[in-house]
Write a protein that binds this ligand. Structure first.
Ligand code: HEM
Length: 153
């Protein structure tokens, strides 16, 4: 395994682990009645996305592009194997969905801090951003598809 493949796989591992943790966090946020816990979880998700998950997604895409370049697949000289086209497309869809999720998480934290309501889930904007965050879960099958194609090609 080359150092670049190691960086690619390491970033993917950090991405998937932090995303898995965030799903658990969102389930607790969805059900807890505690205003303090809701505020802490909204802030915790923001910090994870800014410092861990967001950078891991970006490193996955950049290292993937570098792997393409190293394989001489940028610039159209060599044809792409079919599995790699599907894998890169799935990986880019998953990365786009996750970066959109990061933007919604940041917007929700801003809305929770700005509104006077004691309990974040009473804030309409917080509920709307939370719904948008759950919707980005549509990217998960694409992430798993990219993983499967990357491992079993
Ligand atoms: C959810 C996102 C992604 C996942 C789960 C994923 C997974 C993987 C895996 C498991 C490998 C095999 C590594 C190995 O055999 O050592 C791999 C290789 C690779 N990935 Fe990704 N990847 C993702 C996104 C991307 C993106 C966005 C790109 C391009 C921009 C990309 C380009 C590549 C390339 C060029 C290789 C080397 C393929 C080869 O020649 O064996 N990947 N990826």
């Amino acid at each position: 395994m080359s150092a670049l493949e190691g960086v690619h796989l390491g970033a993917i591992a950090i991405w998937f682990l932090s995303a898995g943790f965030d799903v658990g966090l969102e389930i607790v946020l969805r059900w807890t009645r505690s205003a303090d816990l809701q505020r802490s979880l909204i802030e915790l998700h923001r910090k994870i996305d800014v410092w861990i998950e967001g950078p891991a997604v970006i490193v996955t895409v950049v290292s993937g592009a570098a792997l393409l370049r190293a394989a001489g697949l940028v610039g159209g000289e060599l044809p792409w194997p079919g599995w790699l086209e599907w894998k890169v497309a799935s990986g880019l869809i998953a990365a786009t969905a996750n970066l959109a999720c990061v933007a919604f998480v940041l917007a929700r934290a801003r809305a929770a801090r700005a509104a006077p309501e004691p309990t974040p889930r009473q804030i309409v904007a917080v509920r709307r951003w939370s719904a948008a965050i759950w919707l980005t879960g549509l990217g998960v099958p694409f992430a798993l598809g990219a993983l499967a194609l990357g491992v079993w090609h």
